[in-house]
Unconditional design. Sequence first.
Length: 635
Amino acid sequence: MKNNLIKKLISIVAVSAMTASLLAGCGAQEAAAPAAEPAATEEPAAEEPAPADEAPAEEEATTAEGELPRDETLYFAGQQWGVVNSWNVIGVNQNNSMAIAGGASGYRTLMFETLYMYDPLSGKCMPLLADGDYKWNDDQTELSVKIKDAAKWSDGSDVTGADVVRTFDIGVEIGNGTGSTYGAYIDKIEADGKNITIYSALTDDGKPVNPLFVIDFLTGTPIAQAAWIDTLYDRCGGDANAILNDPGEDIVWSGPYTKYFADDQKVVLIRDDNYWGQDASMWGSLPVPKYIAHTIYADNPAGQAALQAGEVDVCQQFISNVQDLWEKDGLPISTYYEEAPYGVCLTMPTAWYNMNMPVLADNAALRKAIAMAVDYDSIIANAMTNQSPSFSDVPRSLMNPTDGEQALYDHDAVKDLQWAGNDIDGAIALLDEAGLKDSDGDGYREYNGEKISLNAVCPNGWTDWQAAMEIVAAAGEKIGVEITTLYPEWDIYQTVFVDPSQTEYAIFMWSPEAASPSNPWHRVNQFLGSEYVGVENNWSGNWGQYKNDEADKLIKQIPLTTDANEVKELYTELTKIYLTEVPSFSLMYRPSLFHAVNESVWTNFPSADDGRNIPPLDCTDGYGIAALYGLELVE
């Protein structure tokens, strides 16, 4: 970890004065609202806690702060907002982020496990329930996986291929997340004991629709027990809506933790000491913390204050000027990297142009000029407090700033198309050349005789995004384009930007997918693919509704192309289209998960220089869960 020895010494010296110093530090800075924090809602009354199946009889769950043994409990912030609604892993609307959540770079496998864990640092799928690597046949129409012999359910029965089959089939039948996400790409799954074969859905000419999404299934789908699914199905009478909304209190799990307590104040998971993963074929031991706990904080500042006080060990929140916590306050707090950007940036919050507006759809020069004029260094310094590489350090493309993705396109071939921002002269020249001029002397350019007047929009309260939109608006002013900011509440914003015919928002923010086995292809398709054009309630991609036949043609080739050089050529051509047409422009690079840890109780969290290559995914998501097996108590 970052200067661990020095920081541990500091923490020992400062421990008696920590409370006093925090009283001065807690109010000194305000953290931005979480990038996906739900709008405030009226929460249901808390239910009586349900003890975990086979939890030790002598233990009783408690909500009182400090009654869980501190030296056995790992506390989190920034993941659970509001009351848990359900433990039903095949259901919907669970609001159960610690147990049931598709993480930014792989599923959260504390309680329900996937076949593989995704590692965004290496781009590899690490076996979990699966035994060894998956195998494709030559034409990628069949994928084979074997389940580990040691893999067991919490009731002691074997995890088998039948569980995988039933998980997929029920998902398609009732239309849950698994069915809606993968049903178009997987034709069927068959099982023979511990062996499964996944058959790709085929096009009319017999080719697989998209092998990359089949691989996503391996890391993105929690496997449920077939016998439990059948029990649930029977008690719901086969009614899809009833199945989706069943609370699942009798759930069977395969992961290292299970439900212990949940109310409107706290969620607690307890380690299953019979967990199969302590077998030598998997982790070889149990995870170190006995309890995983998440207090339900009102907002980001409350979670940050708890982190500073040592009440939280792992914090998944944006903390402005996070380095001040150790450099100025002397707290034993660490991030993955010692220096900025402090985390692994896997996603790219992006400004999308609304192609339903003729002034934007008809003028690529206008779209590029605005993008060229934006001062990205100010966004990174102010909105992100330098927790992002600059576009000078990592020139813009369709790729995130990781080494693996940056190697997937020819940098020299697109160099003349890239821009680092704050190029006011270049943007003005581009607009003048396109004939977009100020003819009436009011300081603003016109298109078809009317002043170009746009808005720049993001949800109210998402303060880092709002800061970015203010800088976009300022760029417009400098080049003679009127851009005003607009910040609707989240409950309004989420209904408008997903509307494929909306004309209310001219330039609006949303983030493409961060990291998965199908990336960067999936993200490229989100930026340029026309399959999302016209889709109602579009949460999937291409929110600006851009169409380009050549881009579609190139995008469709990538999943079926196995030659690495050809794949690089395809990504390079798509990058050329993107940087020329500019249907959107990314405003920053950003971690998919923020990962700040307080080492006053626990230490040996993942860091970039520790040689373990565990990604900073909050000890919960994808291969990031490996961190739980190496944690140590601070002596």
